[in-house]
Design a protein around this ligand. Structure first.
Ligand code: SAM
Length: 333
């Protein structure tokens, strides 16, 4: 995770009542585990906002950071001077964007929780200039007013909290406001369902996919009853371990996502394939699950009888892809 964010969390939460945070964390885990849209504001007081920041922000930051890496790998010249972070809460996605790009100037975080925004603002004071100078806007996304235009719009771990038609409306508003839209959800069948619905709306709004899909056809995983996700490993902070009563020093955050952009030029370099699962490596053999540019997905076996492909396959990471032509072989195609 971002060491700067880590330091900010330590500085701001240093004096917090650990017992109160632990109780609040337990409640948040319960709410999020249910998977259903909550009936009332989840981050509804300063303690729940602090508990969220301590136990979820590092993971959502790591997830968004990974998603951004994929998108910037496909489109390194993506405009990223301004960011609108919808349902941005304490600002994890904004921190991830600020860490990932050099030219970020304007950040606006919009959220329905005044307590999350207040904490986000305090954390941001410990961050880089775009975060320290960010605008923190208290607003209910259901209110439906138009959104300010931005190069990048992030919608991170939000859609699953919204009831009824609101996820669709928020995605449409994000597509209208942003040149590039980043939607991130938990890597569960339900989170993937929200991402898939968002993907359809982003395409219908005329945007072009950047990641993770190497094509804009129907998702072959959804057709097979599977769900597209990857795991991001991150170190747990000491505070995180205390709040969750966790023994392990790390956790794997599972994430589903879609990134789409208005400018087709940026989508021109879509990879020829995307590795969907952690590659299985055996002696002399690597097994890859790959989503292909032609809209199909399937298993590929790469053996050491093809040394260049074998070497590339041994090093490809989950979520990795090959640029058209020059890096096609990385994914085993
Ligand atoms: C799980 S948190 C995600 C926060 C942040 N995006 C992240 O990735 O860590 C969901 C956020 O959505 C916000 N939210 C939920 N419903 C909302 C609504 N109707 N209007 C504005 N914000 C909302 C919550 O206040 C909360 O901050």
């Amino acid at each position: 995770m971002s060491t700067a964010l880590n330091r900010a969390l330590e500085a701001v939460l240093e004096a917090a009542d650990t017992e109160a945070l632990r109780r609040s964390t337990a409640r948040l885990i319960e709410v999020y585990r249910s998977g259903a849209p909550p009936e009332r504001q989840v981050l509804r007081d300063p303690v729940s906002a602090a508990a969220y920041a301590a136990y979820r922000m590092p993971a959502t930051h790591a997830a968004v950071a990974r998603v951004l890496r994929h998108a910037l790998d496909v489109a390194p010249d993506l405009p990223t001077a301004s960011l609108l972070d919808l349902g941005g809460g304490t600002g994890a996605a904004a921190w991830a964007v600020a860490d990932a790009v050099d030219d970020l100037e304007h950040v606006e975080v919009v959220d329905g929780s005044a307590d999350a925004l207040a904490l986000g603002r305090r954390l941001g004071q410990h961050g880089p200039p775009p975060l320290a100078g960010a605008r923190w806007t208290h607003r209910d996304l259901a209110a439906g007013a138009s959104l300010p235009a931005a190069d990048l719009v992030t919608v991170s771990y939000v859609l699953g909290e919204l009831p009824g038609e609101l996820p669709a409306r928020v995605v449409d508003a994000a597509a209208a406001a942003g040149r590039t839209v980043v939607v991130v959800e938990p890597g569960t069948p339900r989170g993937f369902g929200a991402v898939l619905a968002a993907r359809e709306r982003l395409l219908a709004a005329g945007l072009h996919l950047l990641a993770p899909c190497p094509h804009e056809a129907a998702c072959p995983l959804a057709a097979a009853g599977d769900w597209c996700h990857l795991a991001v490993r991150l170190d747990r902070t000491a505070l995180h371990r205390r709040l969750k009563g966790a023994a392990l020093g790390h956790e794997d955050e599972k994430v589903s996502y879609v990134v789409a952009t208005r400018d087709p030029a940026h989508a021109r370099a879509l990879p020829a394939g995307r590795v969907l699962r952690l590659p299985v490596k055996r002696k002399g053999l690597v097994q890859l699950e790959v989503c292909h540019a032609d809209g199909t997905a399937g298993r590929e076996l790469v053996t050491r009888r093809d040394p260049p492909r074998y070497r590339a396959a041994r090093h490809v990471a989950q979520g990795g892809g090959g640029r058209r032509r020059e890096r096609t072989r990385q994914t085993g195609r």
